[in-house]
Write a protein that binds this ligand. Structure first.
Ligand code: ATP
Ligand code: MG
Length: 264
């Protein structure tokens, strides 16, 4: 577990209140409430099909909840649209890597900055004056991210040719290019070997420390969850069954019965 001094005690950045979501007859989420404080790493855990990915999809506006509400940076909405979430400072990575496979790592990360670009296509075509200055600034930010993630050596490689662990890192880079206040990570270490997991854990902790980015982290590896997170919310069949520090959650009988009792 992280040292108490590192534990975030910031204001509430995101509040999810009584959110329910159904797909036809399937209840993916039922009356789920939890919050994320500014600066914390918040894990979301639970068995397969518990509703973890659905929760992230509600937070960034891909799905609209049937009931309940979301408050992000003090603004309450029954539903949020993906572009509003992105412009408001929410970025995410996906359970299955979602990159432009034929494009280089550099261009994929650059694509993450689209939202930050103020000048339109016409200006970009002219490539002078303000547009040029803006392009240079974007390049610099992207190069900073590439250095931070230690992927300078693969910046010109099409991502489809990269090993899976590096693809996940490029995807993290694209999310960081949006300079998010809240980063949603859906199983960023799934399918990785031990060394790749350690690298990814380090990047997550470092970006949280250095940039103060708040993070919602879905993860099945309980060692990683215990090491990285400040607080953990546990879902089972779309219901929240526990919420607390890693130690509190680990010792909770409902969590042991639902999730920790089985091998992960
Ligand atoms: N687009 C969809 N259409 C229909 N049902 C869906 C859809 N998305 C999710 N579900 C259903 O909602 C429930 C929760 O799914 P979800 O993907 O959120 O679970 P999860 O906790 O992320 O699971 P996993 O650990 O396997 O990724 C499941 O029963 C799933 O089949
Ligand atoms: Mg999922």
């Amino acid at each position: 577990m992280r040292a108490p001094s590192e534990t975030a005690a910031g204001e509430t950045l995101l509040a999810v209140e009584a959110v329910s979501l159904s797909f036809g007859g399937v209840k993916a989420l039922t009356d789920v409430s939890f919050d994320i404080r500014r600066g914390e790493i918040r894990a979301i855990i639970g068995p397969n099909g518990a509703g973890k990915t659905s929760m992230l999809n509600v937070v960034n506006g891909f799905y609209h909840p049937n009931t309940g509400r979301i408050t992000f940076k003090g603004t309450t909405r029954p539903k949020m649209r993906p572009h509003e979430a992105a412009r408001g400072g929410i970025a995410r990575t996906f359970q299955n890597v979602a990159l432009f496979r034929g494009m280089t790592a550099l261009d994929n990360i650059m694509a993450g900055r689209t939202l930050k670009m103020h000048r339109g296509f016409f200006w970009q075509l002219l490539r002078h004056g303000p547009a040029m200055a803006e392009e240079v600034e974007h390049r610099r930010k992207v190069e900073d991210i590439i250095d931070f993630l230690e992927i300078a050596h693969i910046r010109k490689v099409p991502v489809g040719r990269l090993p899976y662990g590096l693809q996940k890192r490029v995807e993290l880079g694209r999310a960081l290019a949006m300079e998010p206040e809240l980063l949603l990570l859906d199983e960023p270490m799934a399918g990785m070997n031990l060394e790749e997991k350690e690298d990814m854990s380090r990047f997550i902790v470092d970006l949280n420390d250095q940039f103060g980015t708040s993070i919602a982290l879905i993860e099945h590896d309980m060692g990683v969850v215990m090491d990285l997170s400040d607080r953990v919310v546990v879902l089972e069949y779309g219901h929240k069954i526990a919420d607390g520090t890693p130690d509190e959650v680990k010792g909770d009988q409902k969590v042991i019965d639902a999730y920790l009792g089985v091998a992960h």
